[in-house]
Every structure is written in structure tokens, then in C-alpha cells.
Design a protein around this ligand. Sequence first.
Ligand SMILES: CC(C)(COP(=O)(O)OP(=O)(O)OC[C@H]1O[C@@H](n2cnc3c(N)ncnc32)[C@H](O)[C@@H]1OP(=O)(O)O)[C@@H](O)C(=O)NCCC(=O)NCCS
Length: 153
Amino acid sequence: MRVQLIATSNGLYPQAVELRERVLLKPIGYTAAKFASEYPEVEQKGEHFVAVIDHPSGRRVVGTVCLLPNYPERGIGKLTQMVVDEQRQREGLGRELVANLERRAFGELGLQALFCHAQEAAAGFYRKMGWEVAGEAFTEAGIRHYRMEFRPT
Ligand SMILES: CC(C)(COP(=O)(O)OP(=O)(O)OC[C@H]1O[C@@H](n2cnc3c(N)ncnc32)[C@H](O)[C@@H]1OP(=O)(O)O)[C@@H](O)C(=O)NCCC(=O)NCCS
């Protein structure tokens, strides 16, 4: 497995969108098209990381995450659309994707802090990555979420 930062013109990008739709969006009532129309910044300004494995039928995207740099303001970044294929969860792929995103955000882009809107069921995952809850729970797309933040020490 390797993690790559890809452009939306990359042939792997449609696989990443399909994975997001299947594992993350459909369960909360979204199609990829509806999500793209409500959150156009993800496709337009996002940096897309994919976890890729070599399969006899070709390269397969088994995880993805998106970084919105300098969003909503300069120096801050949003982690969004974090997803790992159901068959490959709890194998460390999510951790590897977040590590790559953090290296890019802090090491290359010079951001000062990252945040995400964590579904309640995934908050424990981000906590394991050293992220902290900031503020009260809120509802987004009908699901309880927490704002979570990470700053390098
Ligand atoms: C949440 C998700 C991205 C985690 O990815 P993953 O590849 O399974 O996570 P990893 O295997 O890298 O786990 C890293 C650590 O977090 C823990 N962890 C993973 N998911 C967890 C969860 N939902 N709650 C608590 N801890 C979790 C793992 O046990 C592991 O702990 P360890 O380091 O002590 O062994 C994945 O489960 C997923 O895609 N879920 C469905 C979509 C989703 O909820 N996305 C997030 C929306 S905010």
C-alpha cells in the first residue's frame, strides 16, 4: 500500500469519489453529485490523498482523504472526506492517510492548525491520531459531529 497525492485529472480520482460515495456519503443520504454541488470547494480546492494497492486487475484505491488548505482562513486547514474501504478498515490505512496529510499541511504548506468535523462514531479514531475535541457536539447531515483540532507541538 502506498499513499499518493493526486490531481482530480488523475485516473485514480474517480475511484476515490466512488469510494467516498459508497462508504461515507450514501449512508448519510448523499450521492457524490449532491455532495459536490453543496460542497464545491472539496473538488475545486481540495488536495486529494489516496491509499493505493496493486491488484491483479489494476491499481485500486482503498482509502482517501482530502485537505482544504487555508480554509476557511489563512494558516488553517480542513481535513475532510476521510474514508477507508470497509474490507480494509482497522489495518492502519486511516492512520497512514492522516500522517501524509499532516506532513503536507505542516511540513510543506506551513499551516498552523488543522480541523475536521468528526462523525461521533469516528471521533475515537481522530483521538488516536492526537486530535482533540473543540466545543459541543453539533448536527450536520443529520448526524452528531464534533469539531476536532490538531496543532503540531
Ligand atoms: C474512521 C476510519 C477512516 C478509520 O480508518 P482505519 O483505517 O480503520 O483506521 P486505522 O486502522 O488507521 O486506525 C488507527 C487507530 O484508530 C483506531 N480506530 C479506528 N477506527 C476507530 C473508531 N471508529 N473509533 C475508535 N477508534 C478507532 C484503531 O483501532 C487504531 O488504534 P491503534 O493505533 O490503537 O491500533 C474508517 O473506519 C472509515 O472509513 N469509516 C467509515 C467512514 C467514516 O466514518 N469516516 C470518517 C468520517 S468523520
